[in-house]
Design a protein. Structure first.
Lengths: 291, 297
């Protein structure tokens, strides 16, 4: 009898401890989720407060009852935000497309073609992965300046159309495609290039999509190179644009309009992320570097 | 064979061209620059060859300040973010409901523009003439007095920079650690449970060794990433980082190259090589340490 009561007590206390533990875990997770989300909330909130009411708040208000879209109109009319966005879309599209062509061709050469010096070339390629961008950016800046390519899209795009890492990733993927397909194509008299386009690329589409998305994120957020190479606002990308807006944007300290611009800039990638959530997260854990 | 050789090189040609122009040549050139003394950017001439650029950079107070800032940033953010990411990932792996939602939310900072969201952080922390800002409001609630985190005392600024850096790097770490934790073979846990092993011991003796390669990878990439910190500082304190006293080594390199204080590619090269040497040394030390503590299965 005595024993039975003890068991119940032990079970009871174990259950309570489990409950407490679970609550603590959820509290911790919610705490960090709030820290992550709060800046986004503040950004959205501030962007719909009117200029007058924002500046009248001595103590910041956590919500607003009179939201306005005026700031978004200001962001597009008072500063060339539309231009920055167009520039970035163009830069991202061309860079990503050019990079895909370059890396597909060389990954194919490494994965399927036989040639002298292949191992050596590939090893040299891999060793380039260890070179930090900061070392090469100085000479690239001088090169592009000497070629008179400052404030051109060519100058912005050219240095970032190759990525050794993506060549490596794609080559690994190409090699997983069975040899039989290649031989069968050869027997049918298909050219290498046709085989690449008709067989290899469709099979490796998931990897290609991952690489494309990662490159788009990288392009959209690039700041250092565009800042070095452009000082004409007509060629600014969004990162430089937002810095320009911050430093001499609306002619006065117009924080709500600034936040509207920030919202507009952040939204495309957040939407892209929500659409391709699984792909992006899998891609980053395979090939991401940031942190 | 000759024909096939030519064809393969044709496929490789674009990559070789771009890598040659924008990776290999600059890599050699940066060393040459760093030893050319008195290089003039406009006429592209120099006086002589020597190590003056290095001694200039090493004596430049702005560079020393940048090194100090970067080291503090590295020492604070790398251990803190790794440990906290481990805690969050362990918490994530122990729950079922809402797990996907939390994971999605935690990943958001990865896809945001560092410059743009940095501006939001600046607004949150900034103290202006008409308002103390959001964070100071919180501090006041808990009985503290307002601090200007953006233009104020050094440690306040350093705190914001560290906080923002951790906010930015968490997604990558949490993502990798959760997948590492999820891939630990559950048989080990079951065996330990049969033996009545305590939770602490399970974590230290099973979980940690099993995920040690990932932790180690994160520590190394964390070190490298933090040493290269730059755009987060720009986002918070503006482009004139020297004036704010918050410059980083990479920021010093770019300031030497371009901008108001720019036009000195030789100094920039010397500083960039010094950074590379520091990062390489730290990475080698990490590798040596890991040999003892990392278990590759």
């Amino acid at each position: 009898m005595e024993n039975q009561i003890n068991y119940e007590k032990i079970e009871q206390s174990a259950r309570t401890r489990k409950h407490i533990q679970r609550t603590l875990v959820y509290l911790l997770l919610t705490f960090w989720a709030m820290i992550v989300l709060f800046p986004f909330y503040w950004m959205l909130l501030t962007s719909v407060k009117s200029y007058g009411s924002y500046n009248a708040e001595h103590i910041p208000a956590f919500f607003t009852l009179t939201p306005t879209l005026q700031n978004y109109a200001d962001a597009f009319t008072a500063v060339p935000l539309g231009r920055y966005l167009m520039n970035t879309v163009f830069f991202t599209a061309v860079t990503t497309a050019a990079m895909l062509i370059v890396i597909i061709l060389s990954a194919f050469a490494f994965a399927r073609l036989q040639f002298r010096g292949k191992q050596l070339t590939f090893t040299l390629f891999l060793s380039l992965m260890m070179i930090p961008n900061e070392l090469v950016v100085i000479t690239n800046f001088v090169t592009i300046t000497n070629w008179d390519m400052r404030n051109t899209f060519a100058g912005l795009i050219l240095p970032s159309v190759t990525s050794v890492f993506y060549i490596y990733l794609l080559k690994e993927n190409f090699e997983q495609v069975p040899d039989e397909l290649y031989r069968a194509a050869k027997v049918d008299g298909t050219s290498d290039f046709k085989y690449l386009c008709r067989v290899l690329l469709p099979i490796c589409r998931p990897t290609l999509i991952t690489i494309t998305i990662l490159k788009i994120i990288e392009c959209w957020n690039s700041y250092v190179w565009p800042r070095l190479i452009t000082d004409d606002a007509a060629y600014y990308l969004v990162s430089n644009g937002i810095q320009e807006i911050r430093e001499n944007g609306f002619g006065r300290e117009n924080i709500p309009a600034m936040m509207a611009a920030v919202t507009v800039i952040s939204l495309p990638l957040i939407i892209l992320f929500l659409l391709f959530r699984k792909k992006i997260m899998a891609g980053v854990s395979r090939g991401g570097t940031k942190g | 064979m000759e024909k096939r050789n030519a064809k393969a090189w044709l496929y490789l040609f674009p990559a070789l061209l771009f890598l040659g122009f924008f990776m290999v040549y600059p890599l050699i050139d940066v060393f040459i620059y760093s030893f050319e003394e008195g290089y003039n950017f406009a006429s592209q001439t120099y006086f002589g060859v020597g190590s003056y650029n290095y001694s200039y950079v090493l004596r430049d107070p702005y560079f020393l300040q940048a090194v100090k800032n970067t080291l503090i940033l590295v020492i604070i953010t790398v251990p803190l973010s790794t440990a906290f990411a481990l805690l969050l990932s362990a918490a994530l792996c122990s729950i079922k409901p809402l797990r996907n939602l939390f994971q999605t939310v935690y990943f958001l900072p990865y896809v945001t523009n560092t410059l743009a969201v940095g501006l939001v952080f600046m607004i949150l922390f900034k103290k202006t003439a008409y308002s103390d800002g959001m964070i100071n409001l919180l501090i006041n609630w808990f009985g503290g007095s307002s601090v200007d985190f953006i233009d104020g005392p050094y440690w306040a600024k350093m705190f914001v920079l560290c906080f923002y850096t951790i906010w930015i790097v968490m997604p990558f770490k949490v993502l990798l650690l959760t997948s590492a934790l999820a891939s630990v073979n559950p048989n080990y846990y079951n065996a330990a449970r049969v033996d009545g092993t305590s939770k602490r011991r399970i974590f230290l003796r099973i979980t940690l060794p099993m995920i040690s390669p990932t932790v180690f990878y994160l520590v190394i990439t964390g070190f490298i990433g933090a040493f290269k910190a730059y755009s987060d500082a720009v986002a918070l304190f503006g482009t004139d980082l020297n004036a704010a006293g918050m410059n980083t080594i990479v920021g010093y390199v770019y300031d030497m190259l371009y901008g108001n204080s720019g036009g000195y590619p030789s100094y920039a090269s010397a500083a960039a090589i010094l950074l590379f040497v520091i990062v390489l040394t730290i990475t080698c030390i990490n590798l040596l340490v890991s040999k003892k503590h990392v278990h590759y299965s």
